[in-house]
Design a protein around this ligand. Structure first.
Ligand SMILES: [Fe+2]
Length: 412
């Protein structure tokens, strides 16, 4: 039995496995570009419960249709060695296994217990926040980090996590203070930069937001794909200022230009920005084609409502109408079969929004308005942040305006 850098016991005799766990934890919390480092722990201790479960989690974070299948062998190995594992390790295995099963109620019950009993386990709290984020549970997302805060009062990562939770609960002044505290403790904290960016966007402090983010952007070079999300926020400021040229420039230079083209979050950053640009009347040229190509083999992913409802828009705008129809059928089927913890969200929110987004992309304003109206009061259940869901409100308003123009012409 050894201990990790957070002082928590880990069932292994291998210092190399501990080093891999520590480096992986740091990479995850700092949104680094070397999360794969955890695989070196497999070589050091192939039977480690924690290393195997971290590798399973890494597969799941890829947000692909095959992720759960790819995670299974590692979960299987971890389960074979539970008899010597600590309680924390057993809870963590159960949490990640539940995630692989899309049983988010069970996963979150484990993450709540982990936060209460092992508040120094920041990675477990981060994963719990990720699930709450994807389920639109803003208050629970905040509660989880508040639970671990007293045990980590000097840790900048925790203040970044706190800042984002506060922002999602509209406690903007406190969110900004927590985010700035994180950055004061350590400037290399892209999640804290991001939380403050959300505050400034909500308050429409556009110039200040640009200065804040661009003054910290040098630190994002050591980030993985999260760099593109932070640049997406910068582009939103320029867009709100009416500087569509700069927003499009950032799309080409950073948001899609340096995207990992097969990573879900990179793809929806790009889709969401192209939608917003087009709604402002910008000619985006043939850029939809590349995005359509990026999602044409993701028809059956159903990893999250936020992803599917934007993928289908890109497919349609790229001219892949038959594929968009197939995807819609697949969402219908999935919404009937999804795990009970998420089935209602898929059937009652994701499906009508997917129909609305597809209709908007085809210029069918009437259907878009009709379908959005069904889900309007529950859009938060699509998951994601207020900023990410802003695109649905913009599309809905656009469809309403187009529909009323059409009705006016018909009446005249
Ligand atoms: Fe964001």
């Amino acid at each position: 039995m050894l201990h990790n850098s957070q002082g928590l016991p880990v069932t292994t005799d291998s210092p190399e496995a501990i080093a891999a766990i520590d480096q992986f934890t740091h990479q995850m919390l700092s949104y680094g570009n070397n999360c794969q480092v955890i695989t070196s722990g497999l070589a050091a201790d192939p039977t480690s419960v924690l290393v195997n479960t971290h590798v399973a989690a890494l597969h799941l974070f890829a947000e692909t249709a095959t992720a759960a299948t790819e995670a299974q062998p590692y979960l299987h190995t971890a389960r074979q060695h539970l008899d010597t594992a600590t309680e924390r390790e057993r809870l963590y295995v159960e949490a990640i296994a539940a995630w692989a099963d899309n049983d988010f109620d069970r996963a979150l019950a484990c993450h709540t217990l982990l936060a209460e009993r092992y508040p120094r386990d920041l990675l477990a709290a981060q994963i719990g926040q990720y699930h709450h984020f994807n389920l639109g549970n803003a208050e629970e997302l905040l509660t989880l980090v508040e639970t671990i805060l007293p045990a980590n009062s000097e840790n900048h990562f925790v203040y970044g996590m706190l800042a984002f939770g506060l922002e999602q609960c509209h406690r903007l002044a406190e969110a900004e203070a927590a985010g700035r505290r994180a950055v004061d403790l350590n400037r290399q904290d892209p999640w804290a930069h991001h939380a403050v960016a959300h505050v400034m966007e909500t308050q429409q402090r556009l110039g200040e937001g640009i200065t804040w983010m661009e003054s910290l952007a040098d630190t994002w070079e050591s980030c993985g794909t999260f760099r593109t999300h932070n640049w997406w926020h910068v582009a939103l400021y320029y867009l709100a200022q009416g500087n569509t040229d700069q927003a499009l420039h950032l799309y080409d230079r950073e948001i899609w230009g340096r995207a990992t083209k097969d990573y879900s979050q990179c793809v929806i950053n790009a889709i969401s920005l192209l939608i917003r640009l087009e709604l402002r009347g910008v000619d985006v040229g043939d850029r939809w084609q590349e995005l359509g190509n990026a999602v044409c083999d993701r028809l059956h992913d159903h990893v999250s409502p936020l992803l599917d409802t934007q993928y289908i828009y890109a497919l349609t705008r790229a001219g892949y109408d038959a594929l968009a129809t197939d995807m819609l059928h697949s969402i219908v089927t999935y919404s009937q079969q999804a795990h009970p913890s998420i089935r209602a969200i898929w059937a009652e929110v994701t499906l009508p929004v997917a129909e609305a987004m597809r209709a908007e992309a085809r210029g069918d304003w009437s259907t878009s308005v009709e379908k959005f109206a069904i889900a309007q009061s529950r859009l938060h259940q699509l998951g994601g942040s207020h900023a990410q869901r802003g695109v649905y409100h913009q599309v809905y308003r656009h469809a309403l305006a187009k529909l009323s123009q059409t009705e006016l012409k018909t009446a005249v």
